[in-house]
Design a protein around this ligand. Structure first.
Ligand SMILES: Nc1ncnc2c1ncn2[C@@H]1O[C@H](COP(=O)(O)OP(=O)(O)OP(=O)(O)O)[C@@H](O)[C@H]1O
Ligand SMILES: [Mg+2]
Length: 201
């Protein structure tokens, strides 16, 4: 089996990641196979097709079956996390944190990775843990308390990426403009309608 080492730099974050991810056992969540102390690394199975973001923006043709399979796998992993007691929030769910282990839609294709920001949600979270507004739910961008439901918003954004294979918010020059537009209620839109229209033709 091919394995990959993911180096980490903060012991507290490492312990938190290990504690959460090490207790998740699901085909759509990357499994931890071992750890290395020096340097601080997690060992996981290698996903040979890399991350979803890179794959979507590469040149490979993707069938509807594959797209649906990837979407279903992410939903399945997320549902498993959210059905834990207490629920697990990933908090940094985005296409670069989805790995592709297969592109054969009859197999499990996608796995959620990078649990560095994840935690069990006993009460609403008040700490901002990520700073890329593209996948961030509006409540997080507004610095309001948030729950595991922020992952469901991020999943919606990932669905848009899978359907369109476009990069989000290309119209904005500055990342702060993305945050402001999401807070103002704007969402990715017209091209999604175009893609759905195409699929009916
Ligand atoms: N098991 C794996 N198989 C294949 N590629 C992987 C694997 N784990 C990580 N990668 C690649 O490395 C990238 C970063 O991995 P990961 O998100 O786990 O680390 P990170 O230190 O949190 O990085 P970042 O800060 O960029 O999120 C992924 O987007 C993916 O391209
Ligand atoms: Mg990552």
């Amino acid at each position: 089996m091919n394995k990959i080492l993911g180096e980490r730099h903060n012991l507290d974050d490492f312990n938190q990641e290990l504690d959460v991810q090490g207790n998740l056992h699901h085909p759509c969540i990357v499994a931890i196979l071992g750890i290395v102390i020096k340097p601080l690394c997690l060992i996981t199975e290698l996903c040979p097709y890399g991350d979803l973001y890179s794959y979507l923006h590469g040149d490979e043709i993707m069938s509807w079956h594959l797209k649906l399979r990837i979407a279903r796998d992410i939903a399945s992993g997320l549902m498993y996390m959210q059905s834990q007691t207490p629920p697990i929030a990933h908090i940094d769910l985005k296409s670069p944190n989805i790995l592709l282990r297969s592109i054969n839609p009859v197999e499990v294709c996608a796995q959620i990775c990078d649990f560095g920001t994840s935690q069990r949600v006993l009460q609403p979270i008040t700490v901002a843990k990520v700073d890329n507004p593209t996948w961030q739910a509006p409540e997080m961008l507004k610095s309001l308390p948030y729950t595991f439901k922020v992952d469901t918003y991020s999943f919606g954004i990932i669905l848009w990426e899978i359907l369109t294979r476009e990069k989000l918010y290309q119209q904005f020059l500055f990342i702060s403009d993305v945050a402001n537009s999401v807070i103002a209620g704007e969402r990715p839109g017209p091209s999604l309608i175009r893609v759905l229209g195409d699929s009916n033709s």
